[in-house]
Design a binder for this molecule. Structure first.
Ligand code: CA
Length: 242
């Protein structure tokens, strides 16, 4: 079983501006992370392949291939890695959290490095919490035609496998563990990201939207995850004969 010790976790830091990179690196090292540094996308992808980091801190604006492309490529190499993107512009948020990129989180510059450390820890805990709860070899959660295979970290709709990011997987695990319960955005954030997470609740909505785009036949008329207006989200049809 993999246990992710955040004390020894390797973090790949991708930022071309040297003073910013050094400043972030020093703060990560003080927090006991092992830091790999890259100044461009090609180097970052190569380091990701060689050293299998637990988390990637990835600037959007890079020389050569940009952070969006690097994110997609690293996600293909390391499906389980936590990817936190750094952006100078708030309007990048939709793209960063969009379906095709697969980033787990983002921070807008300038930011407090201690908050970045908290975000990395929250994202690593989220990943680590999944294997520690494994009990037996057939550890699956079922709901209607959905199956969450906790040991294999796989998600199925009927026989069709749907690839989820670690964040999306953790959200589905939460919802499927208590299918009749409506969860507030706050509850989802606390369960998935941890109590000390300072994130925006809109992040929850963005991840739900991304899951719907993968899961729903028509994401504008969700048949699996319903919005409980003014409250949060719940699996649809729980407790009914649907
Ligand atoms: Ca940059």
């Amino acid at each position: 079983m993999i246990t992710l010790s955040e004390q020894q976790a390797k973090v790949l830091l991708v930022e071309d501006e040297v003073p910013i990179r050094k400043f972030i690196a020093i703060n990560l090292q003080r927090s006991n992370f092992t830091v790999l540094e890259a100044a461009d996308g090609e180097t970052a992808i190569e380091l990701a392949r060689q050293f299998n980091p637990a988390a990637v801190i990835l600037d959007v604006m890079l020389p050569g291939i940009d952070g969006f492309e690097v994110c997609m490529q690293i996600r293909k190499i390391l499906p389980q890695v936590a990817i936190i993107m750094l952006t100078a512009r708030g309007e990048d948020m939709d793209k960063i959290m969009g379906l095709e990129l697969g980033a787990d989180d983002y921070m807008v510059k300038p930011f407090n490095p201690l908050e970045l450390v908290a975000r990395i820890r929250a994202n690593l805990r989220k990943l680590a919490s999944i294997p520690t709860e494994l009990g037996n070899n057939k550890n699956c959660i079922h709901y209607r035609e959905l199956t969450l295979d906790l040991e294999g970290q796989r998600f199925f709709k009927g026989k069709l496998e749907i690839e989820l990011t670690p964040t999306e997987f953790a959200i589905m695990k939460l919802l499927m563990n208590k299918p009749s319960k409506a969860f507030t955005r706050n509850e989802i954030m606390n369960h998935v990201w941890g109590q000390n997470y300072f994130g925006d609740l809109k992040t929850v909505d963005v991840h739900i939207r991304r899951i719907r785009e993968k899961l729903e036949d028509d994401p504008s008329s969700p048949q699996w995850i319903e919005t409980v207006w003014g409250y949060g989200y719940r699996l649809k049809g729980a407790g009914k004969n649907v």
